[in-house]
Design a protein around this ligand. Structure first.
Ligand code: NZQ
Ligand code: ZN
Length: 384
């Protein structure tokens, strides 16, 4: 196991009715920006619960944060925060609203062009405090220090990390997710599943806690995922999905282990080019990446196949192939197609993505840094 320092500062209020806890998170001088998406929180009653809990605190609102939150929209929120001396950003919605809040929180005190935070990895030295009411189990953004921002005007989608953007608190009431369409539930299951794989399916470093924990989360997602899709208002199923998705990317299972993240890097390019849902890009990339990288990942693929899918019989190669097939089948079973052609995307995207990454100097990704633009092209060609 590699050395690590683990610190997750996010306080989580989990369960039915927990939006009421919001008031306990505010101080007398809180000036709040409520950041929201396209309106789902109005129709499912979350907004009225939040408003009731905010009481008389000065609250400004910015609606319209897109799925794959857009830089230009978020810069309006940055202006508002500066103008109104906002001192708490409250994200109410899914991962996109949360990521948007993180960017705004970092951009408000940032000296210089905020796009540099994403495009040039400009250091984030401080950020406004962030709180969240999460309505979509998927990204883990409610308990991590990552955000992914799109800029449609120039066709980019980029991520940044900072310890300053962990939410101070997050509220997760599984009942608020009952209103999700099946497509978004499937996306959430697939995204969480892939987050575990990015931190687990690398090479062994004798990290038993992280491995067994990762395998448990994967098994829970495999078991609970299809059930919660079939019975979307079963509280216990949904609660287990929500908590599994948080643990998939609250940084705990990634401590002291090598991490991959190539599927995400490649997937973000597909979203930037084709506007595709984040999780769908992952379902296209990961099975193909497992196939192309099967030598480098062999030991972990065999371990994952045995412990998550019970694949223990046959030659090593047969087990690897069966494990990749199971993974592909899982995505398909939760409604995520795994081929570019399923989404009407031409295989020309393979060279396009490879060239974009090369132009940005992203030439060595994956846990061993051995995924070059040529490998990226191969992975996407095999996903045609
Ligand atoms: O905009 P509204 O009206 O709220 O509708 C949203 C949106 O259309 C809707 N929705 C959310 N909660 C709902 C609901 N509809 C009904 N009932 C509810 N309870 O769902 C749609 C999708 O929402 P979005 O926030 O975009 O989805 P998700 O949570 O999957 O977030 C995706 C974004 O997160 C990034 C992705 O790249 C993408 O931009 N990620 C962030 C990560 C992180 N910060 O750690 C890690 C992930 O790998 C991911 O990259
Ligand atoms: Zn993801």
């Amino acid at each position: 196991m590699e050395n690590f320092t683990f610190h997750n500062p996010t306080r989580i209020h989990f369960g039915r009715g927990q939006i009421a806890q919001l008031s306990s998170e505010l101080s007398a001088d809180s000036r709040i920006l409520l950041l929201a998406g396209g309106g789902s929180i109005r129709t499912n009653g979350v907004y009225s619960q939040v408003k009731a809990s905010l009481g008389a605190h000065p609250t400004f609102e910015l609606w319209g944060v897109e799925a794959n939150p857009d830089y230009d929209t978020l810069m309006k929120a940055v202006d508002l925060c500066r103008r109104e001396r906002v001192n708490l950003i409250l994200a109410v919605g899914g991962g996109s609203v949360l990521d948007g809040a993180k960017f705004v929180a970092a951009a408000v005190p940032f000296k210089g062009e905020p796009w540099d935070i994403l495009a040039k990895n400009a250091p984030v030295e401080s950020a406004l405090p962030i709180g969240a009411v999460l309505t979509l189990p998927a990204t883990g953004s409610e308990a991590n220090g990552a955000a992914v921002i799109s800029r449609r005007a120039i066709g980019e989608k980029l991520a940044f990390l900072s310890p300053h953007i962990f939410p101070r608190f997050s509220i997760i009431d599984p009942e608020t997710t009952f209103s999700l369409p099946a497509r978004q539930v499937g996306n959430g299951i697939g995204d969480a599943f892939t987050h575990v794989m990015e931190q687990y399916l690398t090479y062994p470093v004798n990290a038993e806690v992280q491995d067994r924990f990762a395998e448990s989360i994967l098994r829970i997602l495999v078991e609970v995922g299809p059930k919660t899709l079939a019975t979307p208002t079963d509280y216990d199923l949904r609660a287990n999905l929500c908590w599994a998705a948080t643990w998939a990317l609250n940084t705990a299972i990634g401590m002291g282990v090598p991490q991959d993240w190539a599927s995400h890097v490649i997937g973000h390019e597909i979203t930037a080019l084709h506007g595709m849902d984040h999780a769908r890009t992952l379902a296209i990339v990961l099975p193909s990446l497992m196939n192309v990288q099967q030598q480098a990942k062999r030991q972990k693929i065999l371990q994952y196949g045995a412990r998550v899918w019970g694949i223990t019989e046959g030659s090593e190669q047969a087990r690897v192939d069966a494990t990749i097939a199971k993974t592909r089948g899982f995505y398909e079973s939760i409604g995520l197609k795994t081929r570019l052609s399923d989404y009407g995307i031409d295989v020309a995207v393979a060279a396009n993505v490879a060239n974009r990454l090369a132009a940005r100097g992203v030439t060595k990704i994956g846990e061993r840094g051995d995924i070059t633009p040529e490998t990226v092209e191969k992975i996407l060609r095999q996903a045609a």
